[in-house]
Structures are given as C-alpha cells and as structure tokens.
Design a protein around this ligand. Structure first.
Ligand code: FMN
Length: 405
C-alpha cells in the first residue's frame, strides 16, 4: 500500500492520496471573522501542492469564544460568499476540503476576553503561565444545548458552502476534550462522571450534525489517543469513545494527543511518557486499529516519506501532516519526485520547554502568513518571530474586542 494510492473515506469522499494537511489555526480572518483573501490564497497553494485533503484550521462555532483573535467563525447569520471561495480554492487540483469546527471552552487567553465556559469551574494548570487564562464558568444545561446546536449550525453552513466534510475538534484540551477528561469535567449530572456521560456531549454533537446535514454528509472527529496527564483521558477511554463514534457513523477518526497543559501534539508530555521521535501517536493508532473498522489518521511528527509510508503500511489509512506543510506546501509533489526529500521545518532551540513550544508554533504561523501573502518560505529568527507575533496578536486582540462590542 502506497501513500500515493487513492482512498474512499466515505461515499462521495475519495481522496487521491493518503496525505492530509492537518488543521493549523491560521489567524488570518478578515473583518467579521470571514476568510480573508490571504487565507483563500493559502489553501489554493496547498491544493496545488498535491495533498489529498486539506483540513482547515479550527473554525469557531461561536465568535464569543475564540481560540485566537484572528480566527474564522461560521455562525447562523454568517454570509457564505467567502466560505464558498475558500472551499473552491482548496478543492483545486482534485483536493478535498474538510472544515474543522471547534469551541475552545476554557482554553481562551484572558487578554482576549469573550465567553469562557467549561464543563466545570476548573482552571488551566500551567504553572507560572496559569494566570494567562481565566477561571471558566460551568455550563448550564441550556448552554450545553446551545453549544451542541452551534456545532450543528456551523456544520450545515459548511456543507452549504461546498465543503466536502467537517471535523469536530475533540482533541487538544478544547471544549469537547474538556468534557471527555475527568480532570476538567467534575459534573455529577448526565454530562459528567462515567465515560459514557463524559462522551455524551461529543456524541450529541455528531448526532445533531447528522440530523441537520443528512446522514450522508461526512463527519470526522479529531480525538486524543490520550491527554498525557495523570488521571486524565487515556488510551482505554479513547478506544471506547472511538468505538461509540464508529457506531454513530463518523467517517474518520484523527488521532492526536495532549492539551495546552500537556503539549503532546508537539511531542512533549506532562506525565513524562515518551513519544516516538517521529509519528508520535502511531503506536496508539495501531493499538486502536485492532478494535476499530472506521478509517484512522495519525498526526504529529511526520516529516519524511518513509515515516508516512510506514503509517499506511501499519494499517492506518491516512497520514496527517501539519508543520511540514507550512514549510513545504508542495510536500507530496516533492516526495513523488525525490523520495528522501525532508521538509525544512525550523525549530527553536530555547532552553525553556514552554518557550520552545510557543516559538515553534509561532514560526509555523509566520510561514502561514508569508504563504498567504504569496511570499516564499524563509528561515527566520525565533526571537524576532516571538516579538512579531506578540505585536500582531495585540493588534488582532484590539480588533476582536471592537468586533465583540
Ligand atoms: C501553528 C499551529 C496551529 C495549529 N492549529 C490547530 C488547530 O486549529 N486544530 C487542530 O486540531 N490542531 C492544530 N494544530 C496541531 C496540528 O494539527 C498537529 O496536530 C500538530 O502540529 C502535530 O503535527 P505536526 O508534527 O505535523 O506539526 C496546530 C499546530 C500548529 C503548529
């Protein structure tokens, strides 16, 4: 089996190869949370680069709760013109477009403001950085119902705009993952306690999307194989939840791991468990493969063709690539011409783990901004990039607060 072979994820959703661009928040929205020209241009560039499917950066289901100040939001009142252009740009060259839809819950920077809700009043525990986040308000029954509806509305508008599928972001410590984890979900009603109760929110979202969009519209989920925190959502939980998602008719489960508290998706864990140096979650994916028939994708640490190829050979249908595609938008085309090609991913070498993690994210973000503006990829200074992103975020926060009213 080759990464360059076709694969049918669901009826009407066939990808020309197994390489999928995983979600990367672009922070490139224009006014009113709409896709900007640059964002549309970025997806056209990726589509031309030979990737089989592009998963968008997380699109917010409620503009009052955003993961970042420059994010895109798609809500009941949103005009679809720019979303249609975005879908079409990403569908050039036979590529497919899946929109990732998300709610951050408690993972909202205090400086950003907005509505910070979560299953329970449990603040993020990030040592000295904890104060960057506000204490969340526990969601009422009505707020839970509204959030489920918001996910379904965003999905149905994505379908109307021409996206091929949606992906519910259930990983990385955002709202859905907060419900799944016993550390952040301490409710004693039908939404908390047993795993079945903690998974109710995610399963209700999937069911409501299927209700609104029809049973044939493909719905995927990004799920943590584990949170990598002691007492958190672990691989046995992930196996069960994945089984329930399979029964609920999801078309694809993307496996990742971690959260802001334990950034395993970047290869670092809070519980000291070590991840593979490349394809971080492949072993977890293989373990889950044994009890599941739903197509799986693993994302994290994939930069080289032999690693991508090994994922497919091990029975994981799709290969998720994020950072490497920010540094080399035509990576699949490059790999076809030169099998030992390695994307020039830049990494910061700061001693502090958290500063290093943040700088690596910002380095990727900066390349996305350059590509959106039609500029070539370039190695840049991590220090300057951190300063640049601070300055840019401040500007975007000001704009966000104005739009929030
Ligand atoms: C700048 C940046 C933004 C990201 N934004 C998202 C996001 O919006 N949604 C998501 O599920 N993952 C997001 N991720 C995580 C990636 O999808 C992926 O899981 C992670 O980067 C590991 O893959 P990689 O080693 O190929 O980069 C982001 C990663 C980066 C670097």
């Amino acid at each position: 089996m080759s990464v360059f072979s076709e694969f049918t994820i669901a009826d009407g959703l066939t990808v020309k190869n197994r390489i999928v661009k995983a979600a990367m928040e672009e922070n490139l929205a224009g006014e009113q949370f709409l896709p900007s020209d640059g964002l549309i241009n970025l997806y056209r560039t990726w589509a031309k680069g030979g990737t089989g499917m592009l998963i968008t950066g997380n699109v917010m289901v409620d503009h009052r709760s955003m993961t970042g100040p420059g994010g895109v939001a798609l809500e009941a009142h949103t005009d679809l013109t720019r979303f249609k252009q975005w879908a079409q740009a990403g569908q050039e060259n036979g590529c497919k477009m899946m929109m990732q839809i998300s709610h951050p819950g408690r993972q909202i920077y205090a400086a950003l403001g907005g509505k910070v809700v979560a299953p329970s009043a449990v603040a993020l525990e990030m040592g000295g950085a904890s104060k960057m986040f506000a204490m969340p308000t526990p969601m009422t029954e009505d707020e839970i119902e509204q959030a489920i509806e918001h996910f379904a509305i965003t999905a149905s508008k994505a379908k109307q705009a021409g996206f091929d599928a949606v992906q519910v972001h259930g990983a990385h410590g955002y709202l859905v993952a907060q419900f799944l984890s016993p550390l952040s979900n301490q409710r004693d009603d039908q939404w908390g306690g047993s795993l079945q109760n903690r998974a109710r929110f995610l399963l209700a979202i999937v069911a409501r999307i299927k209700d609104k969009c029809g049973p044939d519209f493909p719905v995927a989920v990004k799920l943590n194989s584990a949170d990598f925190q002691r007492g958190g959502f672990d691989v046995d939980d992930a196996k069960l939840v994945a089984k329930w998602l399979e029964k609920a008719g999801v078309c694809l489960i993307e496996l990742s791991g971690g959260s802001y508290e334990s950034p395993a998706m970047q290869g670092d864990t809070a519980d000291q468990r070590t991840l593979a140096r490349e394809a971080y979650f492949l072993e977890f994916a293989k373990e889950m493969r044994q009890s599941l028939t739903v197509p799986l994708m693993t994302t994290g640490g994939i930069r080289r063709l032999p690693v991508a190829q090994n994922v497919v050979v091990q029975g994981i249908e799709l290969v998720g690539v994020a950072s490497a595609l920010a540094y080399c938008p035509d990576l699949p085309n490059q790999w076809q011409q030169q099998a030992d090609y390695v994307a020039p991913v830049q990494t910061a070498s700061f001693k502090s783990k958290s500063l290093r993690g943040m700088a690596n994210m910002m380095l990727v973000s900066r390349q996305l901004g350059r590509m959106a503006a039609g500029k070539p990829v370039k190695q840049v200074s991590p220090v300057v990039t951190l300063a640049w992103s601070q300055w840019r975020m401040q500007k975007l926060v000001k704009r966000y607060k104005k739009q929030l009213g």
